[in-house]
Design a protein around this ligand. Structure first.
Ligand SMILES: [Zn+2]
Length: 437
């Protein structure tokens, strides 16, 4: 039997264990700060096939001065990350610079996050959010696709290879991190601890598309002042809501304009690469008073290749322009503040060897090359590419369109296929051989 057939057969044999494992993972309500039990469960699983497991704590004191750190407000009590190492037979090259381009001995990180976002209104869920219920080949629940399915696929890719007596030449590293949804504290912790490889795959839900590029996102707050007056005297006051309408229209125009100027070759939708969106608006304090203040908070998309500084400047200029054209705003300009999440874009070249190796592995399993594209949402990829200085690509089961919704699910067939692709990728990327057992 050739190597890939062996791998496919072994992963098919593990289908029901994989389904049960994923179901169990979904049953842990791993909201931010509450991932410990699931992390220990996963660490035990890795130990069961003799992976060397390290528990890395995310600690504020170690993170606070890193330029990519953004405090997510979650307590740093017992926030743990799991790093499993399957040692290769050859010494690991710890950075890209030292990498020999034609080497078949390369290390690989398989990274996924254990944290999930809140469930929203529980009454809206058809399947209970922490059930992992399976129906018609789909597994449902919070975290099913984002991204416990990806974690499961990677764990079983490693287990299958281990069962088959495979011995990698380069190190295979598995990371289950916390804090991804709120800014990447977990993956940043692994980098600060010096965990590195020649490339990383992050098993985010990409529908098994290969996504080496993502846009960035910056949180902002705009404060607009008006002049309060009794609502019956409205004509003589200045409504902060009316002033916001002008500003909102200008921001919408800026969003369209920025997309028109971006030459898109890699994203699915030309007009949705790095959107600007206002998420929270609060104004006024009394229904019959003309509102004196309005606060709008939103996220400002950053295009790949754009610096966060120039993105910030674009919004500042936009506000200045609106203000200059308005009598009131000219003397009472809105204030702009950048706060909390400040996530830069991340990119790996479409021609990078890891992208090509992943395409080959995908083709061998699926019979056709994967779509290679950029995604509009931020992820931990930027931490690897911009701060770890090694290439990374997003690739995993599930559709991000259902992530964070009350319908979150994953197709189990995609999970099994992903496990096969990852196992094959490990053999090709890290090198190694099947030793008779
Ligand atoms: Zn995710």
């Amino acid at each position: 039997m050739n190597a890939s057939l062996k791998i496919f057969t072994e992963i098919d044999r593990l289908r029901s264990s994989m389904t049960m494992f994923l179901q169990r993972l979904v049953q842990f309500p791993t909201l931010p700060g509450e991932e410990q039990a699931a992390q220990h469960f996963l660490a035990d699983k890795l130990r069961s096939f003799h992976c060397d497991v390290k528990i890395l704590k995310s600690e504020f004191s170690a993170l606070q001065h890193h330029p990519a750190f953004s405090d997510d407000g979650v307590s740093f009590d017992n926030r743990i990350n799991v790093v499993g190492t399957w040692k290769g037979t050859e010494p690991t090259r710890s950075s890209r610079k030292e990498r020999e381009p034609d080497s078949r001995t390369r290390s690989l990180i398989l990274n996924g996050h254990m944290d999930v976002v809140p469930i929203g209104n529980p009454a809206l869920w058809k399947f209970p959010p922490w059930s992992g219920a399976v129906e018609n080949g789909k597994l449902h629940g919070r975290g099913a696709c984002d991204m416990k399915a990806g974690l499961t696929a990677a764990v079983f890719a490693i287990e299958a290879l281990h069962n088959l007596g495979f011995q990698p030449r380069g190190d295979v590293l598995f990371e289950s991190v916390i804090g991804e949804e709120s800014g990447g504290v977990g993956t940043l912790t692994t980098l600060i601890h010096g965990v590195r490889a020649d490339a990383a795959v992050i098993m985010e839900p990409t529908r098994l598309r290969s996504c080496p590029v993502h846009a960035g996102a910056l949180s902002f707050r705009i404060k607009i002042s008006g002049r309060a007056i009794h609502a019956s005297m409205k004509r003589f006051g200045i409504s902060a809501v009316e002033k916001f309408q002008q500003i909102f229209a200008a921001i919408e125009a800026l969003d369209r304009d920025r997309h028109q100027h971006y030459e898109n070759k890699i994203f699915e939708f030309n007009d949705n690469v790095a959107p600007i969106s206002i998420g929270i608006v609060t104004a006024g304090d009394w229904l019959s008073t003309v509102p004196e203040t309005l606060v709008a908070e939103g996220r400002f998309g950053v295009f790949p290749g754009e610096t966060t500084a120039s993105a910030r400047e674009a919004l500042a200029n936009c506000l200045e322009k609106v203000s200059a054209a308005d009598e009131w705003l000219k003397t009472n300009p809105p204030t702009l503040e950048w706060f909390e999440g400040q996530f830069e874009p991340g990119q790996t070249s479409f021609q990078d060897p890891i992208v090509e190796a992943l395409s080959d592995a995908h083709s061998a399993v699926m019979g056709a090359a994967p779509k290679v594209q950029g995604v509009p949402y931020g992820s931990d990829l930027r931490l690897f590419t911009e701060h770890g200085k090694f290439p990374a690509v997003l690739y995993g089961p599930g559709d991000v369109a259902f992530a964070h919704t009350v319908e979150e699910f994953v197709e189990l067939e995609e999970v099994f296929a992903c496990a096969k692709v990852l196992a094959l990728l490990v053999t090709e990327w890290c090198g190694g051989e099947f030793i008779a057992r």
